[in-house]
Design a protein around this ligand. Structure first.
Ligand code: TLP
Length: 344
């Protein structure tokens, strides 16, 4: 039987209708500016986020890194939450590619306060790196899909503006924050100079992210993308999947949130496991395993043997993610399998 794959919302596969949209896409050489489908996708995302322009890139990692490179100079410093994707999962790219010093700040469930950010901005001094960028993540992956309160973002923006910092948003799952709160995407995006969103997570496209900002910034980002080797040719065939995802798969994220919430509550009832239900706000569940009961590798492999996949997320932590290829019934079956594994 096909496993119930809760490792990530990146595991979703394009549906037959999405594949049809891809097959029928009108294409051209996008490096030469000739691909109408890519242009349409970029315009759609810019419009939804309330930005002047946008650029299609292969991945969320490239999108973040194109933004950081374009907005900084070597030797600058970027402030990030300690568990952010940029720090945890981008292979030290800010240092390797852009010569940036990454300055981690511990958030509360991934969320930084304006006072914290203010404390970490350096005054201009010939000895010091120049604090240049503050990057936030909404929703916050490692914290368990937590949502940035809009007021907190506004307060951080005031600090950023006072010190002339660039505001970047890793909005890989901004769609989830939007659906969970009802707050419009453009309101979430407004405080930021650059916003990256992913089409290949909960929206189900096989590939693709979009970086947005001012027309001038995106023109510079286009050069950066080319330098990173991310200029693609008849890529409308992939962008069409992104358009399909935007048009069909955003409202249904509410189902993923309901499924995740039910699964989180069920797992938290098991004595060997703890889920911080305060963090279970969207489609990600971070689960603590009592190390006296079971190790993470043991848990993951015993659960896999029962046809349910999750991912290690720390020394005593695993992650489950709901998405459009798992149903409420799959989540109930997954909870039952976990119960058997931990003897609940
Ligand atoms: N996250 C992946 C892994 O890299 C951990 C996942 O399975 O969740 N920002 C955020 C907040 C992300 O969660 C991810 C992917 C990215 C950026 C990077 O996107 P890709 O994988 O397209 O480079």
């Amino acid at each position: 039987m096909k496993p119930i794959d809760l490792r990530s919302d990146t595991v979703t596969r394009p549906s037959p209708a999405m594949r049809r949209a891809m097959a029928e896409a009108e294409v051209g050489d996008d490096v030469l500016g000739d691909d109408p489908t890519v242009k349409r996708l970029e315009a759609m995302v810019a419009e939804r986020l309330g930005k002047e322009a946008a650029i299609y890139v292969p991945s969320g990692t490239m999108s973040n890194q194109v933004a950081l490179y374009t907005a900084s100079e070597r030797g600058d410093e970027i402030l990030c939450e300690t568990g952010s994707h940029i720090i945890s999962y981008e292979v030290a790219a800010p240092a390797v590619i852009s010569g940036l010093l990454t300055h981690p700040i511990d958030g509360e469930l991934g969320i930084l306060s304006a006072a914290q950010v203010a404390r970490h901005v350096r005054e201009p001094n010939i000895h010091c790196p120049r604090t240049r960028i503050i990057a936030l993540e909404n929703t916050h992956n490692r914290a368990g899909g937590t949502i940035y309160p809009l007021e907190t973002i506004a307060e951080i923006e005031m600090v950023a503006r006072k010190h002339g910092l660039w505001m970047h948003l890793d909005g890989a799952r901004l769609w989830n924050a939007h659906i969970a709160t009802g707050i419009p995407l453009d309101r979430y995006a407004a405080p930021f100079d650059s916003v990256s969103v992913c089409l290949s997570k909960g929206l189900g496209a096989p590939i693709g992210s979009v970086l947005s900002g001012t027309r001038d910034f995106i023109a510079k980002a286009r050069r950066t993308r080319k330098m990173f080797g991310g200029g693609m040719r008849q890529v409308g065939i992939l962008a069409a999947a992104g358009i399909y995802a935007l048009e069909h798969n955003i409202p249904r994220l509410a189902e993923d949130h309901a499924n995740a919430r039910e699964l989180a509550e069920e797992l938290n009832r098991m004595p060997a496991l703890t889920v911080n239900l305060k963090a279970a706000q969207t489609n990600i569940i971070a689960v603590e395993i009592d190390p006296a009961k079971m190790t993470v590798p043991d848990f993951v492999s015993r659960l896999a043997a029962k046809g349910v996949l999750c991912i290690p997320f720390g020394p005593t932590r695993v992650r489950f993610v709901t998405h459009l290829d798992v149903t409420a019934e799959d989540c109930r079956r997954a909870a039952a399998a976990v119960g058997e594994v931990v003897g609940a």
